[in-house]
Design a protein around this ligand. Structure first.
Ligand code: ZN
Length: 256
């Protein structure tokens, strides 16, 4: 499950990873906290029309990535808060969809390596996602009416936080970076110059890819909440290898 603040965040974020995992048999679901109703330059823009347009764009992008569906929580763009209302919505989504992993914005990113400020909604969505995953979704006494209505507690085992300055894992997306770009292209209302977006998306994924010796990768700060005792050991070994390779590449970069 990918939890994002705005339509297009999931596509600028972990779309290639989502497409890759879905291609390998995972089922994906996207939750957008807002519908991006403040995402225009003209103050006379009708926010409801803009929200409807951006939801259409996000649904088209989600189809490219291969999500089974999208939920829009219709929270106000620019005013997202990690409060009990947002968390209850997210717990409802998590308990309905029952994801093993939640991908969300890293809430601790305030500045992007001193080159820009991370939007307040991205931080709020990240904090709310983390707090919904742990402890609320797994605690039947959190929002007890949900469990009483049949939405049983659910344990999410991992968090993958994107747009992180402290990435700990890199996912090889060589095979799906084109799909990420196709998904990004669906957000026409937000793109002034798609060629420019394509250029830096390829540069960025290539830079992360270099850290694990592949053409393109996306980076995450991964948090293991519950160990997987029932997954194949090969997957764990591959993840460990990728982590070691990244560390080695970082050490090399630091040395040079
Ligand atoms: Zn955003």
């Amino acid at each position: 499950m990918v939890i994002a603040a705005h339509p297009d965040d999931a596509d600028f974020g972990p779309a290639a990873t989502a497409a890759s995992w879905i291609g390998q048999g995972s089922v994906g679901w996207l939750v957008c906290c807002t519908s991006g109703d403040a995402g225009a330059e003209d103050p006379d823009t009708d926010p409801l029309e803009l929200a409807a347009l951006r939801e259409r764009e996000q649904r088209a992008a989600a189809e490219v990535v291969g999500y089974a569906g999208v939920t829009f929580l219709h929270m106000p763009d620019g005013a997202l808060v990690n409060d009990l209302i947002l968390r209850e919505h997210l717990v409802r989504e998590i308990r309905t969809f029952k994801p093993d992993a939640v991908l969300a914005t890293d809430p601790e990113t305030l500045f992007y390596r001193d080159r820009g400020v991370n939007h307040t909604d991205h931080r709020a969505a990240g904090y709310a996602a983390v707090d919904a995953v742990y402890p609320a979704a797994r605690n039947p006494m959190a929002f007890p009416w949900l469990a009483k209505q049949g939405l049983a507690a659910h344990r999410v085992r991992r968090l993958y936080l994107f747009w992180s300055d402290t990435a700990t894992v890199r996912i090889d997306v060589t095979a799906t970076v084109d799909r990420k770009l196709e998904a990004l292209r669906a957000h026409a209302s937000q793109l002034k110059d798609f060629d420019e977006v394509e250029k830096w998306t390829r540069e960025w994924t290539a830079e992360v890819g270099k850290e694990i010796g592949v053409e393109a990768a996306e980076g995450f700060h991964m948090v293991v909440i519950d160990e997987d005792d029932d997954v194949d050991a090969g997957g764990e070994a591959r993840a460990a290898e990728a982590g070691e390779a990244a560390e080695a590449a970082q050490a090399e970069a630091a040395a040079s």
